[in-house]
Design a protein around this ligand. Structure first.
Ligand code: F6P
Length: 307
């Protein structure tokens, strides 16, 4: 028989991603409409361990849909990786009679959720649902994660600006985007900004193949993911300069690391809508007694996949 849930808690975890607020907003308001009590957990798993829970109402999420970051804050908690940490977290949820937990985050956050609510070995017996929120787009089971589209647009806008100065000085720009293990941001940014070369972590990059693609005296754009095996933008710019000197070319190179700029800013319409659809699916999943599942986008359908 499906357990009737009365109170849920919502949290964001891991690296923040634009659109997380749209997610919190829709999950909170939809759950309230469905008659549920809603708590927000501040600062992710660490806040849960430290009992930083706040009651949410309709107005708690007022005027937040357009904001980047996460109003609930976030963290990467080492303590939640320990059994003792998770025991404290479970006690805090039980004390408030919370029946279910929604966590918006990436793969690491999903792993924590799985461990915590494991039916045999987990510390907590409530229902758990994950929703993918990370700019990296590297969560398995879903085509898209909340924040990816905004991050890509932010990086493309920055590269459009770099093109102006690159063109004026006839300099090549090597632009580093985020993505430790996943080249999705680099791939999308590279295509949308007309990059001459895209270096991703998933494929070996041969410096000579970059050298061949660049014009002798031009202003080409090379997009490199931070996890690329040759190194980041600085390293690649150095290697390219060296090769060009050997070729007696006086091409100039500049490196630009976009870094955490990609994590901020107002979410795009696409990210807000995706966040809304994930939030509705997450609450509905809990209402039908689902647990240890994640909302996912597959061919534009919102489905449930395994955590
Ligand atoms: O997980 C998203 C991400 O932005 C990665 O692309 C990046 O490698 C990492 O987080 C940076 O982490 P931190 O914010 O802890 O420096």
């Amino acid at each position: 028989m499906t357990k009737t849930i009365k109170k849920i808690a919502i949290m964001t975890s891991g690296g923040d991603a634009p659109g997380m607020n749209a997610f919190i907003r829709s999950a909170t308001r939809y759950a309230i409409e469905k008659g549920l009590g809603v708590f927000g957990i501040l600062e992710g798993y660490q806040g849960l361990i430290e009992n930083r829970l706040i009651e949410m109402n309709y107005d708690s999420v007022c005027n937040t849909i357009h904001l980047g970051g996460t109003i609930l804050k976030t963290s990467r908690s080492q303590e939640f990786m320990t059994h003792e940490g998770r025991l404290k977290a479970a006690k805090n949820l039980n004390d408030k009679e919370i029946d279910a937990l929604i966590c918006c985050g990436g793969d690491g956050s999903y792993a924590g959720l799985k461990e915590f609510a494991n039916k045999e070995t987990g510390e907590w017996q409530g229902l758990v649902i994950g929703s993918p929120g990370t700019i990296d787009n590297d969560v398995s089971g879903t085509d898209l994660t909340i924040g990816f589209d905004t991050a890509v647009n932010t990086a493309v806008e920055a590269i459009d600006k770099l093109r102006d100065t690159g063109d004026s000085h006839s300099r090549h720009f090597i632009v580093e985007v985020m993505g430790r293990h996943c080249g999705d941001i680099a791939q999308a940014v590279g295509l949308a900004s007309g990059a001459t070369f895209i270096a991703v972590p998933e494929e070996k990059t041969d410096i000579k193949s970059i050298v061949c693609t660049l014009r002798k005296r031009g202003h080409d754009i090379v997009v490199v993911a931070e996890g690329n095996e040759l190194g980041g933008a600085e390293k690649i710019a150095q290697l390219l300069e060296q090769h060009h000197r050997e070729m007696k070319s006086n091409s100039e190179f500049r490196a630009c690391v976009l870094g955490h700029i990609q994590r901020g800013g107002s979410p795009t319409a696409k990210d807000r809508i995706l966040a809304h659809r994930f939030a509705i699916k997450a609450v509905d999943a809990l209402l039908s007694g689902e647990t240890l599942k994640a909302t996912a986008s597959k061919a534009d359908e919102i489905i449930l996949s395994l955590l």
